[in-house]
Design a protein around this ligand. Structure first.
Ligand code: AMP
Length: 426
């Protein structure tokens, strides 16, 4: 038997009801903040990711699904393509390609879709997973660099998590400064690691060479006392970066969004500058980050585009759903009516009635005239319907139907004209 590939999974009903409910809430809330949807391809030129996410990051060096696409002509070299491991790079590519910056306004863009990383699968970590991604990007003249954008994004996320019903989230905040700050900090880390790195895990020994910032992500217990003593990023921020971060914090304080500072949170992608953040949740175990994001003021230029400071985030949908489920049973979408034709020749009448009900906004399933009444009742119950509506010859003639509430057992006759209203009641 052919099965789904390890690290991928099927999302089935009723779980997908929760996914749709969350996504509908996201779309409604984002619209209220003037975000609009962008849909980019799920595969791109490999270079887009190696240049933006960073050659030395785990994502690019180990986790991308990459292949050589056949050359179109003999003379052409095959092109290296990759499934997107994240959404920001593609969105910035589209921003540049379609000259969205020429409008002179902030672009507030979001997308919802699958991402792909060849990670070791475990709970909350998949090779195909889903992200809700949003970005604010634009020319500096439109205010894209302002700390007000950071605060707006963080406030929106706090509201979103509250509104989808997630309780007990934590916002962890940091600033990784500008490129020059990080270069100085990287050097300081290299110097500080030199005398101690031999005592650390193999990953840290490698990272100390290639990308010392990543040492801060290490989870190996024995390495923690060494990491705690390393220099802190806050000591290496220049004055404008310090002020920017202070302004973001002051705005969060003013509106009462709680956060804690985590100076070790540098995030796994190279393009971040200044504010970085994660929202975590206790119900998730080891993979506790529900979402992550930050500023990336230099990415557009790095990819050959105009100066376009930006801030964005990606919510891990799989983890958000796990966190919500960890809080207990999720409300189920109830089918309102099961329309049961009773006797030969009643199928068209039942279909007509179901059509009227569905058009009036009542969710309805439909039986078959070959079913006996007992079987119709069983099917209605299995389908989780609130009501069963019997469509027999007498009912059609009288334009009045027998309606039974399957939970209470109460049965009444309802005129066709009042049926939708009756079925919509709780
Ligand atoms: P990142 O793009 O690495 O900052 O990830 C943003 C969010 O996506 C994380 O906080 C997770 O919630 C989610 N995420 C990242 N990688 C995976 C994965 N392999 N499986 C499931 N969710 C993931």
């Amino acid at each position: 038997m052919i099965k789904a590939i390890r690290g991928t999974r099927d999302l089935l009903p009723p779980d997908t009801d929760l996914w749709n409910r969350v996504e509908a809430k996201v779309r409604e809330l984002f619209a209220g903040y003037n975000f609009h949807e962008i849909r980019t391809p799920i595969f791109e030129d490999t270079q887009l990711f190696s240049r933006s996410v960073g050659e030395e990051t785990d994502i690019v060096s180990k986790e991308m699904f990459t292949w050589d696409d056949r050359a179109r002509a003999q003379s052409e070299k095959p092109q290296s393509l990759s499934l997107r491991p994240e959404a920001t790079a593609g969105i910035v590519r589209a921003y540049i390609e379609h000259r969205l910056g020429d409008k002179g306004t902030l672009q507030k863009l979001y997308c919802i879709g699958p991402m792909f990383r060849r990670e070791r699968p475990q709970k909350g970590r998949y090779r195909q997973f889903y992200q809700i991604d949003a970005e604010i990007i634009g020319p500096p003249s439109a205010g894209s660099e302002s700390p007000a954008r950071d605060a707006e994004v963080l406030e929106m996320l706090a509201t979103l998590l509250d509104e989808v019903g997630l309780r007990g989230w934590n916002l962890q905040l940091n600033s990784v400064g500008c490129a020059e700050d990080r270069a100085r900090y990287n050097q300081a880390l290299r110097d500080a690691l030199k005398p101690v790195v031999q005592q650390m895990c193999a990953d840290c020994q490698r990272r100390a060479e290639t990308n010392p910032l990543r040492v801060l992500d290490c989870k190996v217990p024995e390495d923690q006392p060494i990491i705690e003593k390393l220099p802190k990023i806050s000591e290496y921020l220049d004055q404008p970066c310090r002020e920017h971060f202070a302004a973001v914090r002051a705005m969060l304080d003013a509106i009462g969004v709680p956060y804690s500072i985590n100076e070790r949170m540098v995030r796994g992608l190279d393009y971040y500058t200044r504010t970085t953040f994660e929202f975590t949740h206790g119900g998730l175990g080891a993979q506790s980050a529900v979402l992550g994001g930050g500023r990336y003021d230099g990415l557009s230029e790095l990819l050959g585009g105009p100066k376009a400071p930006a801030i964005g985030f990606a919510i891990g949908e799989d983890r958000l759903m796990l966190a919500l489920e960890s809080q207990g049973e999720q409300p189920k979408e109830m089918l309102q009516a099961f329309v049961a034709p009773l006797g030969a020749g009643m199928n068209p009448h039942a279909l007509k009635l179901a059509r009227e009900l569905r058009r009036a906004g009542v969710s309805a399933d439909l039986g078959d005239e070959n079913f006996r009444l007992k079987k119709s009742f069983e099917l209605a119950e299995k389908a989780g319907a609130k009501f069963i509506v019997i469509v027999g010859e007498n009912e059609v003639a009288a334009n009045q139907f027998a309606v039974k509430n399957l939970a209470s057992g109460e049965q009444v006759q309802v005129l066709r004209s009042g049926l939708a209203k009756h079925l919509r009641q709780q």
